[in-house]
Design a protein around this ligand. Structure first.
Ligand code: URA
Length: 247
């Protein structure tokens, strides 16, 4: 396995960040500084980062029901609580993608850099479903059609979305993109204000009855289904390495 990947598996940093750490000369293999992130290592290699031995740790993926006011970064400069503080400690975990501080619902937290990469890279984006409560209610048929077809935002048109009005003013919106405040901006673009926004689905996963601020560990089957869903959306990757996991 490549050294940068090994470090990502060990929870030291995302693969991209690990490449930087290796180039900076902070990593040794069998006692010697190595600056090539592509250097091959295996289970018998003695790898150290800043002189501390590191070893790949078992991967874990948690589903968290993020409450309002909790941020989906590893640390917050304003001291707000983070989603990583809602899962058991002891591992270097990071969120998969982002939800706005005022958005609630399903977010994944993991130490599996490969999986985070797969789920956040634009090429592999899995569908995500948001429940938006909007005003005024109900949403008119013309607005629903515009949301479905794609609306013009400051940063370009949105791709077609699946949109269902469950009750007057309650929409389930499924998108594959992950632009900043996208669902809120889409609703505003067609004349509706979002009162609350909750992510209820991520690929094959559903938030279900998980209580606010609660978490549960995904089963190996669920993790396999997530991976399969990402690959199914856009086909297999063209090359080996791609961007870093968000978070
Ligand atoms: N769309 C938004 O507007 N906010 C989120 O947090 C996620 C998607």
């Amino acid at each position: 396995m490549r050294l940068a990947r090994y470090l990502a598996h060990a929870g030291v940093a995302s693969r991209r960040a690990a490449e930087g750490l290796v180039r900076e000369g902070r990593v040794t293999v069998d006692g010697k500084v190595v600056t090539d992130p592509a250097r091959d290592v295996d289970d018998r290699s003695r790898v150290a980062f800043d002189a501390e031995p590191v070893a790949p740790e078992p991967t874990v993926v948690y589903m968290v029901n993020k409450p309002r006011g909790v941020v989906s970064t590893v640390r917050d400069t304003h001291g707000r609580p983070t989603v990583t503080s809602l899962v058991p400690r002891g591992r270097r975990l990071y969120p998969v993608g982002r939800l706005d501080a005022d958005t609630t619902g399903l977010i994944l937290v993991t130490n599996d850099g490969d999986l985070a990469n797969l789920l956040t890279h634009p090429r592999y984006e899995v569908p995500k479903t948001y429940r938006a409560r909007v005003r005024p209610a109900p949403v008119a048929g013309g607005a629903l059609r515009r949301l479905r077809a794609g609306v013009e935002l400051d940063d370009g048109p949105t791709a077609p979305a699946q949109v269902r009005q469950l009750q007057p003013g309650v929409l389930d919106v499924t998108i594959r993109e992950g632009r900043n405040r996208q669902v809120r901006r889409m609703c505003e673009a067609v004349g509706y204000r979002v009162i609350s926004l909750e992510r209820v689905g991520f690929g094959p996963l559903r938030l279900g009855r998980l209580a606010a601020a609660d978490h549960r560990r995904l089963s190996p089957t669920e993790v396999a289904e997530l991976r399969a869903a990402a690959k199914r959306e856009t086909g297999p990757p063209a090359g080996g390495d791609h961007g870093p996991p968000a978070g």
